[in-house]
Design a protein around this ligand. Structure first.
Ligand code: ADE
Length: 228
């Protein structure tokens, strides 16, 4: 998969993309991530990327021209499955959305800043809008990093058997069961006997019951959505 990220702050991605699973996925060549600084596509001496809103109102608006030029240049070389604008008023990111995006070949993620982007970008240049939650971030960069992580870890070959995404919370509309490791007892706090019993059948049953119970208690909406 190729992910092209359009941003005014490419440095914001250095940390998340150079560690752990994303780093490994890039090294294995499973994903290629390219960061494009929107300012490089701005014209004029000052390379402005934002301007006052027509009609007034607080906050600056990201201009259409640099964004359009950047997207058009990328589209000369690559056909994109989706051109996604990270926006608090977009479709909510879920495991299902991440699953669907993970099988795509090429995507663009556009990160907004200031008061948002010129509406014509949303109308004419992008194909989809995604939000990572009902709160407003200072920009789309952290949201794009979250989406990238959620998507890339699902791609074949990124996780090994032990960390397989199939047992993740939400993958089957259930929350994962609790996990424990050594020691079997710490300050009198014990690991449930069944996990130490070696009885595989009982362990599987216990884990499933725990998943159901946790989901019922913590996120009952997930079960309703899945028709439990
Ligand atoms: N940009 C600002 N807030 C955001 C959010 N919640 N999700 C996606 N992009 C954003």
């Amino acid at each position: 998969m190729q992910i092209d990220i359009l941003t005014l702050f490419p440095e914001m991605f250095e940390g998340p993309f150079s560690q752990s699973i994303l780093k490994r996925a890039k090294e294995k060549g499973i994903v290629q991530i390219f960061l494009h600084n929107i300012r490089d596509y701005a014209s004029g001496k000052h390379k402005n990327v934002d301007d006052y809103a027509f009609g007034g109102g607080a906050g600056m608006v990201m201009m259409i021209e640099p964004v359009a030029k950047c997207i058009e240049k990328l589209k000369e070389k690559t056909v994109y499955d989706e051109i996604i604008y990270m926006s608090p008023d977009g479709e909510l990111l879920s495991q299902k959305v991440a699953n669907r995006i993970s099988v795509m070949k090429n995507i663009i993620l556009l990160c907004g800043h200031y008061k948002g982007v010129d509406e014509r970008i949303r109308e004419h240049l992008i194909t989809r809008e995604i939000s990572i939650g009902d709160y407003v971030l200072s920009g789309g960069e952290l949201a794009a990093a979250v989406l990238t992580d959620a998507v890339v870890r699902l791609m074949p070959g990124v996780l090994n058997d032990e960390t397989s995404a199939l047992s993740d919370s939400f993958q089957d509309d259930l929350i994962s069961p609790p996990v424990y490791t050594r020691p079997a007892e710490f300050r009198g706090w014990k690991v449930p006997d069944v996990l130490l019993s070696g009885n595989e059948k009982e362990i599987v049953k216990w884990k499933h019951e725990q998943s159901l119970e946790r989901t019922r208690q913590r996120r009952p909406g997930l079960m309703d959505d899945a028709g439990f």
